[in-house]
Design a protein around this ligand. Structure first.
Ligand code: PLP
Length: 361
């Protein structure tokens, strides 16, 4: 018998069960071809139709207008941390970065291999428990772009607003909350996300880039990271992550069947409210993030004594509540509530938390 657990992993994360079942059913013989999607030529009509459908569904879900290209690349979000300056930061130029925590710092460190990355604002002063308001940002006149990490997966802080950067392209690492909420794509120059949180399996990277930002790559930019070159090649300059694109496509179809991004956003709001209410209820559990900046999808929380961490995780695992250990940089617990986590999983976690509190307070 197959046993499925409530999987709160921050990534690679749980996928919707119907997606896995469909992939299983189609694994040996995709649509009468007698082969798996994994075994097809990426340039054949069958796979091209899979990729085209995935792109069309993603465009519909996020409302991506013409004037933007969707690229299905590899190298993860961290590959994009290099791709962004290699495409958009001219030699001698400066890019502005907003430091909201672990992943923003990784983006900054990577950009500094290629040029000037100025920290326009940092939340380090309060241990990354908030998003610096835009009126406190020190932006560079003539910056090549402004980079933000719109959801910090480890610290559990999220932008619930979109920065305004005028004519300067806004670049966003949306790895951990893309498709969890409605966004206005037209406010951004580049959006990128590793697939393994809310899109599909690890190995696929989704990049959404405005047309005027194509064709600006520096000569030394690796071709596979060159937005213009990849756009011209329909993301097939090298062999793309074919199975990842297929699974992402199945996830997009599933999301459309759920009612799309607006519908899943309502569920995500309800899930987050339920869990934060449980954390805030008694004072036994604690989340240090400013309320207005709390992430809906990554919820770190702490027990009153870290000696309770191991017993909490062990008792949770007995209930099938898995992968709740916080990142080592932060400690404590973290529940990731991406689209594939239903309200029932959050209810099960909250019931367990209440019982654990009763027996350990
Ligand atoms: C997971 C994550 C990354 C790292 O992604 P890779 O695909 O492993 O490079 C970067 N940024 C954010 C916000 C993430 O959540």
């Amino acid at each position: 018998m197959t046993r499925r657990v409530w999987n709160f992993s921050p990534g690679p994360a749980a996928l919707p069960e119907p997606v896995l079942q469909r992939a299983q059913a189609e694994l040996l013989d995709w649509h009468g071809t007698g082969m798996s999607v994994m075994e097809m030529s990426h340039r054949g009509a069958d796979f091209m139709s899979v990729a085209a459908k995935a792109e069309a569904d993603l465009r519909a879900l996020l409302g991506i207008p013409s004037g933007y290209r969707v690229l299905f690349l590899q190298g993860g979000a961290q590959g994009q941390n290099a791709a962004v300056p290699l495409n958009l930061l001219p030699p001698g130029g400066t890019a502005d970065y907003v430091d909201t925590g672990h992943w923003a710092l990784r983006s900054i460190a990577e950009a500094r291999r290629y040029g000037n990355a100025s920290v326009a604002a940092s939340a380090a002063d309060r241990k990354y428990t908030y998003i610096p308001r835009q009126d406190a940002w020190r932006l560079t006149a003539g910056a090549a772009y402004v980079h933000v990490t719109t959801n910090e997966t480890i610290g559990g802080v999220e932008y619930h607003w979109t920065p305004s950067t005028g004519d300067v392209p806004l670049v966003a690492d949306m790895s951990s909350h893309i498709l969890s909420r409605r966004i206005d794509v037209t406010r951004f120059g580049v959006i990128y996300a590793g697939a393994q949180k809310n899109i599909g399996p690890a190995g696929l990277t989704v990049v959404i880039v405005r047309d005027d930002l194509l064709g600006r790559a520096r000569p030394e930019c690796p071709s596979v990271l060159d937005y213009g070159a990849q756009a011209r090649a329909d993301s097939m300059l090298n062999t793309p992550a074919t199975f990842g694109i297929y699974l992402a496509g199945l996830t997009f179809e599933w999301l459309i069947a759920q009612g799309g991004v607006d519908a899943i956003e309502r569920v995500n709001v309800a899930k987050a409210e339920r869990l934060y209410a449980e954390i805030d209820r008694s004072g036994f559990y604690r989340n240090p993030v400013d309320r207005e900046d709390r992430s809906r999808v990554n919820v770190p929380f702490f027990l009153p004594d870290e000696r309770l961490d191991a017993p909490f995780l062990a008792a949770a695992a007995e209930r099938g509540l898995m992968q709740l250990k916080g990142h080592r940089a932060v400690g404590g617990m973290r529940a990731s509530l991406y689209n594939a986590m239903p309200m029932a999983g959050v209810e099960a976690l909250c019931d367990f938390m209440r019982e654990f509190e009763r027996t350990h307070a």
